[in-house]
Write a protein that binds this ligand. Structure first.
Ligand code: F6R
Length: 612
């Protein structure tokens, strides 16, 4: 879970690398480093953010036209200067950056120690640098070949970039499990973990596949091979990403920008997929699998974190209107539990980044057992998007804030479209009802705009509760996953302990926590189990608890009981999560800002979790 970036060409590498690291900082931010070739191989690394590295290298020799850089999220060895990347080989002639985990590193390390090598870091990545050097010395004196041989010995996941003082005309990259994209400029090349550091220089990119490596030289064609040495033809794709999407656009934080982007991102997600006049939904990416979906006896949704919450909303939708049984599994549990999977099961993997290691592995397991795998991803060309049989992109645009916001509502939008489409085709919904729901879904972006106007009220509530030590979030039915998501948002960016619960479950335990100190956020909108939720609120009030309620505009009954209310527009029960989530995102955001937390880069977290 790190970011890697590299450059080879005529330009000075340093400005490109440092800017690239800043774009990738969402992937990891506990230390950063850079290695540049200019006759010498100069490597500089520093614990802390990229800005600290920038400060550190101010008086150093950072000239050179070839370089690699890394921003780290520690897995092996604590964050410090030594464990930061790039790692040099023992002779200091080679530098390597690595994203992933070398699982058999300790066996290789022991072997190398026996041969007299002395390691300086605790990382698995340094072992790879030493191994390459050992192969260069003893087996094959050619960097590309040594990298290839080394990769045949390692087990695990990697995206790597390697440079050497002895072969200063090339940059070598390789991938298995972790993402790596190569940008093709005029006689120059850029490499990175995703396209964000590349887009301002070129839109022509090649996504390296697993078990491929590339030898990159300026002014030459890309030389891509498999690690068994089979030459590959590069498949050049055109990026649709725009530079403006990667900037804050006047907002104080990416998270706030992304919360406010939701009317647009939901609209973009639906664009071209709804024909309201002729009453149908078309999810082009999965149309080849439509019949399988219609016949499916079961859908299994696999995901992690916020994407898992979206999966839960999907479960309610698909069961409610398309009448298909759905199981929602944490990918990390699914992969290790010897799951029962039938060939006619449809597995839907949901992932913003498309790189989450547990979700990827769960896909592989389901695949080997013959299931059809569909993906709902945000990042185009990501590993999950490529590992699935088919899928629908959410088109929410780049999500840079580590806490997921607009990707969540876009994932729910896709699941709503899928549920509607299946319900119509299976005949589990009346024509008039389908029409009503489709119309309402088309109207959701406007209702989200209206919901965002609650921001001032939410800020006031945030000021009152920013020092709370615990929060409880309650919801029932469609609003249960919203409660889980609200609690997750608060804890990840404000570090306040929060728990999400189905409201009725409260009396089976959490009710013991209720007192005058602990605010309970209740999503109490006017459909479904409204009356039951009111009873749950009364139970809390009877124990002197504090209620912050998300209610439907015009609500009276909850208002009488609650201490604070946030009104959202009325909508169909099925779409309430698309609105009710917004105030919870804003509440976490404001509380985190008041508490002086780093909203976009919360401690210990990274945007894409490419390790187990
Ligand atoms: C929470 C958050 C995480 C991710 C999770 C899965 O705000 O961002 O819980 O949702 O790590 O990531 P993706 O969706 O990229 O697979």
């Amino acid at each position: 879970m790190c970011g890697i970036v590299g450059y080879i060409g005529e330009k000075q590498a340093y400005p490109i690398l440092i800017k690239g690291l800043k774009r990738l900082e969402y992937r990891g931010y506990d230390s950063a480093g850079i290695a540049i070739l200019n006759g010498e191989l100069n490597t500089f690394k520093k614990i802390g953010k990229v800005s600290e590295l920038e400060e550190y290298v101010k008086d150093k020799n950072i000239n050179g036209n070839i370089g690699i850089a890394h921003t780290r999220w520690a897995t092996h060895g604590e964050p410090n200067d030594i464990n930061a990347h790039p790692h040099n080989s023992q002779s200091k002639n080679i530098a390597i950056i690595h994203n992933g985990i070398i699982e058999n590193y300790s066996i290789i390390k022991d072997e190398l120690i026996k041969r007299g090598y002395k390691f300086s870091s605790e990382t698995d990545s340094e072992v790879l640098a030493y191994l390459i050097e050992d192969i260069l010395k003893n087996v094959k004196n050619d960097l590309a070949e040594a990298v290839r041989i080394a990769l045949n010995q390692v087990i695990g996941a990697y995206a790597i970039a390697v440079i050497s003082k002895n072969e200063p005309d090339k940059l070598i990259v390789a991938k298995k499990g972790s993402p790596l994209v190569i940008g093709i400029g005029k006689g120059e090349f850029f490499i990175a973990s995703d396209a964000t550091p590349i887009v301002e220089y070129t839109k022509d990119v090649v996504y390296l596949n697993d078990f491929e490596f590339a030898v990159i030289k300026k002014n030459e064609e890309l030389d891509i091979r498999t690690i068994s040495n089979k030459r590959q033809t590069p498949y050049i794709q055109r990026l649709e990403l725009e530079l403006s999407q990667l900037e804050k656009g006047g907002y104080e934080h990416f998270m706030l920008k992304e919360i406010y982007e939701q009317p647009r991102s939901i609209r973009d997600c639906m664009r071209g997929r709804i024909n309201a006049e002729e009453d149908f939904v078309i999810l082009g990416g999965i149309s080849d699998y439509e019949q399988k979906l219609i016949n499916a006896k079961r859908i299994i949704i696999i995901a992690c974190g916020t994407s898992w919450h979206a999966g839960l909303v999907g479960e309610y939708m698909l069961e409610d209107i398309a009448r298909i049984p759905v199981e929602v599994e944490y990918a990390s549990e699914f992969r290790y539990k010897n799951p029962i999977i039938y060939e006619d099961d449809i597995v839907i993997a949901i992932s913003q980044s498309g790189e989450t290691a547990d979700t990827l592995e769960a896909i592989e397991i389901a695949k080997t057992r013959g299931a059809t795998i569909l993906g709902i991803c945000n990042v185009v060309g990501s590993s999950i998007a490529r590992a699935t049989h088919a899928g629908s992109y959410t088109h929410a645009g780049p999500e840079i804030g580590v806490a997921s916001t607009k990707a969540f509502t876009a994932q729910i939008t896709i699941l709503a479209l899928l549920s509607l489409s299946l319900a119509q085709k299976k005949g589990t919904i009346k024509k008039s009802r389908f029409h009503q729901l489709l119309n309402e879904l088309t109207n959701i972006p406007k209702l989200v705009e209206e919901t965002l106007k609650t921001d001032d009220v939410i800020l006031k509530i945030a000021k009152i509760f920013s020092n709370a030590r615990n929060f409880l979030y309650l919801g029932r039915g469609y609003n249960f996953p919203v409660a889980l998501e609200g609690a997750l948002k608060l804890k990840e960016i404000s570090y306040i302990h929060a728990e999400g619960y189905p409201a009725a479950e409260m009396k089976h335990g959490p009710i013991a926590l209720i007192d005058q100190e602990m605010p309970t956020v209740v999503i109490a909108t006017n459909r479904g189990t409204y009356e039951k939720v009111i009873s749950n609120i009364q139970e809390i009030k009877a124990r002197k608890g504090i209620i912050i309620a998300i209610v439907t505009k015009g609500d009276k009954a909850v208002k009488e009981l609650a201490d604070y209310v946030i009104e959202i527009p009325e909508t169909e029960e099925m779409f309430v999560p698309l609105l009710a989530t917004i105030p919870l995102q804003l509440l976490s955001y404001h509380i985190a800002v008041i508490r002086n937390c780093n909203v976009d880069q919360p401690r210990n977290l990274a945007k894409s979790v490419t390790v187990e």
